[in-house]
Design a protein around this ligand. Structure first.
Ligand SMILES: [Zn+2]
Length: 77
């Protein structure tokens, strides 16, 4: 069972769908049982949704950069 601190560390990766399936499952199990972390993840999710609206749309170059970073990450996983 993951600790709350680990959920906080992995929350942004979870929301960006960057976690390995096993990791994601462990986080989900924790979220089912821990309402504090559920609330934290939900707030982070709301924040991430709000960010693009503050910055305007991402440019193609920015999108490509993120896609490349995710691909690099998958190679290590
Ligand atoms: Zn927790």
């Amino acid at each position: 069972m993951l600790k709350c601190r680990e959920i906080v560390e992995h929350a942004d990766a979870l929301l960006a769908a960057e976690l390995s399936p096993g990791r994601r499952m462990a986080v989900r199990v924790h979220l089912l049982m821990c309402r504090h972390c559920r609330r934290y993840v939900r707030q982070l999710q709301d924040l991430l949704r709000a960010v693009p609206q503050m910055h305007g749309r991402a440019s193609d170059a920015e999108v490509a950069k993120v896609v490349r970073a995710v691909r690099e990450h998958d190679k290590d996983a």
